[in-house]
Design a binder for this molecule. Sequence first.
Ligand code: GDP
Ligand code: MG
Length: 349
Amino acid sequence: METSNIASSSSSSVAQQESFTNIPPTASTSTQPSQSPQTSTTASNEISAKKQPVVLLCIGMAGSGKTTLMQRINAHLHSIKKPPYVINLDPAVTQLPFTANIDIRDTINYKEVMKQYVSSWLGPNGGILTSLNLFTTKFDQVLEFVAKRAPALNHIIVDTPGQIEIFTWSASGAIITDALAATYPCVVAYIIDTPRTTNPATFMSNMLYACSILYKTKLPFILVFNKTDVVSHEFAVKWMTDFEAFQLALQKETSFMNSLMHSMSLVLDEFYQHLRVVGVSAMTGEGINEFFEAIDKAVEEYETEYKPEIERLIREKAERQENEKQAQINKLMEDMDVSGNAVKSQNGM
Ligand SMILES: Nc1nc2c(ncn2[C@@H]2O[C@H](COP(=O)(O)OP(=O)(O)O)[C@@H](O)[C@H]2O)c(=O)[nH]1
Ligand SMILES: [Mg+2]
């Protein structure tokens, strides 16, 4: 398969957009990137001590309003003359309300990926996953582009695919997240469709999902209740801070799962302690200042709690790689010595 066919021939790039070199040919045969671009190049680097822009990862279920919120954040930051660097990682989105500096769609043609992998019956989700995997093979280039612009930036905002699990549970998603978090303060904004979460059972399953993402990404986390122009998020705050109130709401639901939900809500109570909650309307802009205040607090948390841990992991990984390298060199030396002896004995020396 020709990988160049996958690379989009889109000529819609505008001046500020970055352009990539072709996807390496090996990318066409592998749908699972195997190594982090960041760790392969800068594994031994400490996180830079100078002030770095904040990376804001917008994650959430399809239709929760990630893209609309990205546009709101983008507009807000432009209005205060601090334009962000914008990355779109959703290959299947048809229209973006903002111009991305880096757009996965300029490099990967999602429809072409689906066609070319038709023999393996790639459905829409498989197409998005494969596109993301192919893009991840180029993520070192993305990091270079970002690094060049970083000194002049305050924010890097990242839109992720509509299908939440593709980003949060794929190898590519983890590689991209880890690579960004290894260099920049990184914050997850988990976007929730508030009007569709007013049922206690739905609310709890959404919270459990958020909980799993928190533990998966291990990054500072903001719960963003979106669409507050339709339904206020007060009920959610009440449920999260007043355990009895949530139990009462649960009891009103006559369901065979009540006791299970009761036990799970006990677990979630602990999870809520680690969260920042804001209500916004991406549509009207309501709550956007509180949202930015939450980001500032999350960055403080990153600096004091997450950064030392990430640095420790990077150091450990670098040491492990160094040890492995040394072991391989030792093995090579031994092998050379053995073959040298063999040559000597063959020559009767
Ligand atoms: N009323 C209202 N609708 C919103 C808001 N944010 C997003 N939407 C709508 O929700 C739908 C999904 O939004 P989108 O940003 O594409 O969601 P995504 O799939 O998470 O990127 C669109 O129809 C948006 O217009 C909001 O704050 N209020
Ligand atoms: Mg979207």
